[in-house]
Design a protein around this ligand. Structure first.
Ligand code: 3HC
Length: 285
């Protein structure tokens, strides 16, 4: 594979685009938000400038990688790609509309992947006339750094498509696991969301401070970030969305979003500020 189409220029779309360019792919990226792709590429350039300053990359390498990042201005830009990775907002209808558009322009047999964190791959695949070519490629934030990609099969995903995804992941320098059954949250978020929820419930119950809950998990379990900081890093709005979806699908209290999370999101704390919201929680004081 040589050329990848990325739909979305938020945190995940930007991270995946940058990763793919670093690994030698030509990247064509699209976002409906004016200026989003330009900002995404500027951020990649800024990271590479830091790497050049730190002696981890040459200026020539930086320029080469930067030239591989291009913007798509309409869907026709995806006519000649080898794979597509969609990484837009976690709203099923939005993803379905995108896959319908892709179905109309992308040649049959091209790998069509969604980076959804929890939604049904089968439902997204059914928006196309080639559900056998569709699967989940779930990256983790920050995509250029995290080692894993979850490959998630929809009900109709073919073995050939899974093999293509494995080959792509390898070219991207990642390890994979294959999620055989299309279930909400797949493997990693099915484990991660109850961890977040339990940490938030302990905070609500006053079991320990936010700092100590995070420190306990960091030092006691060797996690690089405590769960409250990590929940913030992944985006509190995203976490709430994933929990609500998993709760609706499983009807299981293990996935019931804590009030503290709902209130923080309602108050506009959408995360990425290293535990800011939780660390100010009243019972903390
Ligand atoms: N893009 C590219 N590179 C990045 C980056 C980014 N956004 N953030 C960090 N890096 C690179 C740095 O440049 C640095 O590279 P170098 O070693 O070549 O200099 C390296 O990563 C380490 O970064 P830092 O020294 O700045 O910081 P840390 O050592 O503290 O690591 C971290 C930062 C990698 C984020 C680490 O804290 C970590 O692994 N945290 C846990 C992240 C995690 O669990 N992610 C999964 C979340 S769940 C998810 O995404 C699923 C979703 O569906 C909810």
């Amino acid at each position: 594979m040589k050329r990848i189409g990325i739909i979305g220029a938020g945190i995940m779309g930007s991270g995946i685009a940058y990763l793919a360019a670093l690994q030698g792919f030509e990247v064509v990226q699209y976002d409906t938000l004016e200026g989003a792709v330009t900002r995404s590429h500027a951020k990649a350039l800024q990271r590479m400038d830091q790497a050049v300053d730190a002696g981890k990359m040459t200026a020539q390498e930086r320029d080469l990688v930067y030239r591989r990042l291009t913007e798509a201005h309409d869907w026709n830009a995806f006519k000649d790609v080898d794979a597509i990775i969609e990484a837009v907002v976690e709203v099923l209808d939005v993803k379905i509309a995108i896959f319908q558009k892709l179905d109309a322009v992308v040649p049959a047999g091209v790998l069509l992947a969604t980076n959804t964190s929890s939604l049904s791959i089968t439902a997204i695949a059914q928006a196309t006339r080639r559900p056998q070519d569709v699967l989940g490629l779930h990256f983790f934030n920050p995509a250029p750094v995290m080692k894993l990609i979850e490959i998630v099969r929809g009900e109709e995903t073919s073995d050939v498509t899974v093999e293509k995804a494995q080959a792509l992941a390898e070219e991207l320098g990642k390890e994979t696991i294959v999620v055989q059954k299309d279930t909400p949250g797949f493997v990693v978020n099915r484990v991660l969301m109850p961890l977040f929820i339990e940490a938030m419930r302990m905070l609500e119950e006053g079991v320990a401070t936010a700092e100590d809950i995070d420190k306990g998990v960091r030092l006691g379990l060797n996690h690089p970030m405590g769960p409250l900081t990590l929940a913030d890093f992944t985006g509190l709005d995203v976490d709430l969305h994933v929990m609500d979806y998993m709760y609706d699908e499983f009807h299981d209290d293990r996935f019931a979003a804590p009030l503290v999370l709902r209130r923080l999101v309602r108050a506009g704390h959408t995360g990425k500020k290293s535990g800011r919201g939780f660390y100010r929680y009243p019972s903390n004081k």
